[in-house]
Write a protein that binds this ligand. Structure first.
Ligand code: SAM
Length: 308
């Protein structure tokens, strides 16, 4: 995603060195950029953006240990980890896979919100909502029930693209998203009856038992490492026969990994196992890609499961 977080150091000279360093980085002079960033962090040791950028540059230069040290400094300087340094530490094998920092997701999508739809739909050929819609229709057809839902919850609703795809089939849509700016956009689309700025798990926890017929997550589980708590909560909130439908990115191995794009990829065997352990019955499960990267489809899965 072409957005970049900048947190000022509060020191004018250090901030200026950072700007020069970014120019040099963009021009490809990585060694000179790293040198300037070292100077910036000497002046302002708590300069998270400089440490984070230094980590990226050290990684690009093939200096793994120095990259790890810089990413650790970035996280120490900003314990909320708005840059997502911990994701890099996982990618570099320095730390175990862990949950994505909420502050990182919020900062990323708050910055991304104004151009989200054009970037995702036009540039990355995003098709998550239509894939989910077709899969949900197929799930209902299989049990000869109409695809009509009184109450639906859209997890990681973003600007409302998934709700748009389902708008005619749902009476009352609730959207939940971590990013206030994405929620503002969702409000403007006028489809949701209720919108909440919250983590999806916390949002679901606030819902009564058996209060939703459909729960969607389009391109949102890619920001959730452990799917079990969310799926268990989804089961509690669904009525009997209600559906949960979501997309994930996937990989050929086992379990959950973090990819180069700093999103999680869930193995097919993992998704099947967590649905089963959450007490949900798989209805549709297909290898389908929700978006492209570098003009190729990113391997993905679309899953629809029912509460028995
Ligand atoms: C790629 S966007 C997809 C948005 C929308 N579902 C769509 O199909 O266009 C992912 C969204 O998930 C939200 N998100 C990621 N992790 C979340 C979490 N744990 N709880 C709530 N929202 C989350 C992000 O803020 C972002 O708006």
């Amino acid at each position: 995603m072409p957005v970049r977080l900048f947190l000022s150091s509060g020191d004018l000279v250090a901030d200026r060195r950072f700007e020069f360093a970014r120019d040099l980085q963009l021009k490809g002079d990585l060694a000179a950029a790293a040198d300037l960033l070292e100077q910036a962090t000497d002046l302002a040791p708590g300069f998270a953006s400089a440490w984070f950028t230094l980590g990226e540059i050290r990684d690009e230069l093939g200096e793994r240990d120095a990259a790890i040290a810089a990413f650790q400094m970035a996280r120490d300087a900003d314990p909320e980890d708005r840059h997502g340094a911990s994701l890099w530490l996982t990618l570099l094998g320095a730390e175990e896979l862990s949950a994505m920092p909420s502050a990182y997701v919020r900062a990323l999508f708050d910055q991304y919100a104004p151009k989200f739809e054009s970037a995702l739909v036009d540039d990355l050929g995003y098709r998550g909502p239509s894939l989910l819609f077709k899969a949900v229709l197929a799930a209902r057809r299989e049990i000869r029930k109409p695809a009509f839902f009184k109450r639906a919850i859209d997890l990681g609703c973003g600007t409302g693209l998934a709700a748009c795809a389902f708008a005619r089939e749902v009476d009352h849509f609730i959207g939940i998203d971590l990013s206030p700016r994405m929620i503002e956009k969702a409000r403007a689309c006028g489809i949701y009856a209720e919108l909440e700025v919250a983590d999806m798990l916390q949002g679901l926890r606030g819902k009564p038992d058996a209060s939703a017929d459909l729960i969607l997550a389009a391109d949102a589980m890619v920001y959730v490492a452990d799917l079990i708590p969310v799926l268990q909560e989804a089961r509690r909130v669904l009525v009997t026969g209600g559906l949960v439908a979501f997309t994930v990115e996937t990989h050929g191995g086992e379990g959950v990994i973090i990819g180069e794009g700093l999103r999680y990829a869930h193995a097919a065997s993992y998704v099947r196992a967590v649905l089963e352990s959450a007490g949900l019955a798989l209805s549709q499960f297909e290898d389908l890609s929700a978006r492209n990267e570098d003009n190729s489809p990113v391997p993905g899965l679309v899953a629809v499961a029912a509460k028995p």
